[in-house]
Design a binder for this molecule. Structure first.
Ligand SMILES: CSC[C@@H](O)[C@@H](O)C(=O)COP(=O)(O)O
Ligand SMILES: [Zn+2]
Length: 263
């Protein structure tokens, strides 16, 4: 059995740095025997997402909002090897870290995850580097599907579209801002905006927030040549929407190769 950390360092070294002999209040935030506790859940989700090719090579990530606490994985670490004690915990109201593991840095995706929690009332946000998501943004960029839709991915009349909600988070009939909620129907056109990539992940925040405002029904934002951010009112909704979208992105790429139109 490999006794190494997500960064590849011997596990014992990090245990000395990160696990004080006295179990303090900050550490209590990430220790639970409940597999659905956010600190445990992020680790198991990352292991699953790794097998889909969504978070390989340290890319991508996931964050969970639990009450007033935001759980965030560390930056630049192997996502499939995450441990609960590697998690950062932020107070949502004050944006102060309640727990910062020594040595590690919080994910560069943090401002993007916070945008989903703040603007959409989401409780989970997933970022993938899925090749299907990247390819869809490249096909849109080429204008070969629809020259007037380089900044949005549209699809309709595919059964899996019914797995996508309008807005991704919220449970009432009409959410804040007047947008409709509930899932898309078979004859609805699903539209996912595409924003341009930036040199640094955190610099995506302004355009991602703008896209959230301009596309109030979208439950995700594609990032050109990079991946996708998908959110939901809870972990289950964020995860299943991410799965449905990845299915649709792959299908779209295969349809494109066959010369078929998406809408
Ligand atoms: C392969 S590096 C990818 C990163 O630059 C970034 O795009 C990403 O998704 C993960 O950022 P991280 O700060 O490691 O959580
Ligand atoms: Zn990324």
């Amino acid at each position: 059995m490999a006794h190494t950390t997500a960064s590849g360092a011997p596990r014992d070294m990090v245990l000395i740095d990160q696990q004080p002999t006295t179990f303090n209040e900050a550490d209590a935030l990430v220790h639970s025997s409940d597999p659905l506790h956010p600190a445990n859940h992020i680790c198991s989700l990352c292991r699953q997402f790794y097998t889909h090719g969504w978070v390989t090579g340290t890319g991508g990530g996931v964050s969970i909002k639990h009450g007033n606490h935001i759980f965030i994985a560390p930056s630049g670490q192997q996502k499939e090897l995450m441990r609960p004690e590697d998690m950062f915990v932020m107070d949502f109201a004050t944006r102060q870290y309640l727990r910062r593991p020594a040595v590690l840095k919080p994910s560069a995706c943090t401002p993007l995850f916070l945008a989903a929690f703040t603007q959409r009332g989401a409780a989970c946000c997933i970022h993938t580097h899925s090749q299907w998501a990247v390819l869809v943004t490249l096909i849109c960029e080429s204008g070969l599907q629809n020259p007037s839709e380089r900044n949005v991915f549209s699809m309709k009349e595919i059964e899996q579209i019914k797995g996508i909600s309008r807005g991704g988070a919220g449970s009432s009939e009409i959410a804040e801002g007047g947008r409709k909620v509930g899932n898309l129907g078979y004859f609805d056109t699903m539209q996912i905006p595409i924003i341009e990539n930036t040199a640094h992940e955190e610099d995506l925040r302004d355009t991602l927030e703008k896209a959230m405002v301009e596309w109030p029904e979208a439950c995700a934002v594609l990032v050109r040549r990079h991946g996708v951010y998908v959110w939901g009112k809870d972990v289950a909704q964020a995860k299943t929407q991410c799965e449905s979208l990845d299915y649709l992105f792959q299908l779209a790429v295969e349809m494109h190769k066959l010369g078929l139109k998406w809408v």
